[in-house]
Design a binder for this molecule. Structure first.
Ligand code: GTP
Ligand code: MG
Length: 315
């Protein structure tokens, strides 16, 4: 991936005016120019054929468009950061906590702990590295109106952090539609850089899509939009070494006679785009069980944790 500091203006033959035109035409990133149709780029940027060709080539050259060696990948992996969930057992299940450069999906029934884990991570990302944080901040997209500052205060106090400071470092937006939700993510680039964001939470990822796209005819459309949405999240995570945490509800699957009669919403799209999938379920009292369903590097398994007044802890 290209250096985040590279702007359209850095391309040869692209001055401020051309960059402006290109942005207006929807070419906001180098990536979009690298894969652009020449004719369209000529039109949107008011460019001659030669210049357009040169610009596309330069954009391609400035990016890693194709292969990288395993060693280069290894190097990128060395930058992966981990955010503690608050529970040692839960962290161990994840190989040390929630990872940056990837999407972690929390799915489960109501009150299974999806929001509580998300809130805990929003606090913990701010902690010192040796204490399970990244010393970075959180962008929280709250689609369910369940973000509670009071809860953040309790969790922060339990961690010995200054609640005022912790609140200041969580940037919350409430999406009022699926389109708005997508826009909030697409437009997050500036905020991510400016506010040193290390974690993006989308709670819930699918709720708005589920309620807005009803009926069979719109299902393909919904999946396409969700795919785009998750792709953008993935892009941010790679570009800025960010952890992405999304929550997802389950729907009952009455056709299933054996096994768990629930499955996450969003089907294959969400499943494939999530790097790590965790299924949360209720246990006795304040205990919860996290089941690692899908992970590129960790074995399947379960962890028990608790939701207490001070946040997530070991059972
Ligand atoms: P939905 O969003 O409805 O799908 O559920 P969810 O999975 O997001 O559930 P959530 O994370 O909100 O968990 C709710 C549960 O957390 C409650 O039923 C409580 O058991 C627990 N909880 C929430 N706040 C507190 C608190 O302040 N103190 C304690 N001890 N438990 C809490
Ligand atoms: Mg919730």
């Amino acid at each position: 991936m290209t250096d985040e500091a590279v702007e359209l203006e850095d391309l040869p033959g692209v001055g401020e005016a051309t960059a402006e035109k290109l942005r207006d035409g929807g070419y906001t990133t180098l990536e979009s120019i690298a894969v652009a149709n020449k004719g369209d780029l000529m039109e949107k940027g008011d460019l001659g054929k030669k210049t357009a060709t040169k610009i596309i080539q330069a954009a391609r050259n400035s990016m890693d468009m194709g292969y990288e060696t395993a060693k280069e990948l290894m190097k990128k992996r060395e930058n992966v950061g981990r955010i503690s969930t608050g529970s040692k057992e839960f962290d161990d299940l994840l190989g040390g906590g929630v990872e940056t450069q990837s999407i972690t999906e929390l799915y489960g029934q109501f009150a299974s702990g999806k929001t509580q884990v998300s809130l805990q991570l929003a606090v913990n990302v701010q902690k010192k590295k040796k204490e399970g944080g990244l010393e970075r901040n959180c962008l929280y997209i709250d689609n369910e109106k369940t973000f509670r500052p009071e809860r953040i205060i309790s969790i922060a106090e339990e961690q010995g952090l200054d609640p005022d400071e912790v609140l200041d470092n969580i940037h919350v937006a409430q999406a009022y539609s699926a389109d708005h939700q997508m826009l909030l993510v697409e437009e997050a680039g500036e905020l991510i850089k400016e506010k040193n964001i290390g974690l993006i939470v989308v709670d819930s990822l699918t709720g708005r899509f589920r309620s807005e796209y009803v009926g069979r005819g719109t299902l393909a459309n919904r999946q396409q939009q969700l795919n785009r949405h998750m792709h953008k999240l993935q892009e941010w995570s790679a570009l800025h070494n960010i952890a992405i945490v999304v929550t997802n509800q389950v729907m009952s699957n009455p056709g299933l006679m054996f096994g768990d009669p629930t499955r996450p919403i969003g089907g294959n799209i969400v499943g494939h785009q999530s790097t790590t999938r965790l299924y949360l379920r209720k246990s006795k009292q304040d205990k919860r069980i996290a089941r690692l369903v899908d992970s590129p590097s960790q074995p399947e398994g379960e962890a028990v944790f608790r939701i207490t007044s001070g946040g997530i802890t070991d059972a």
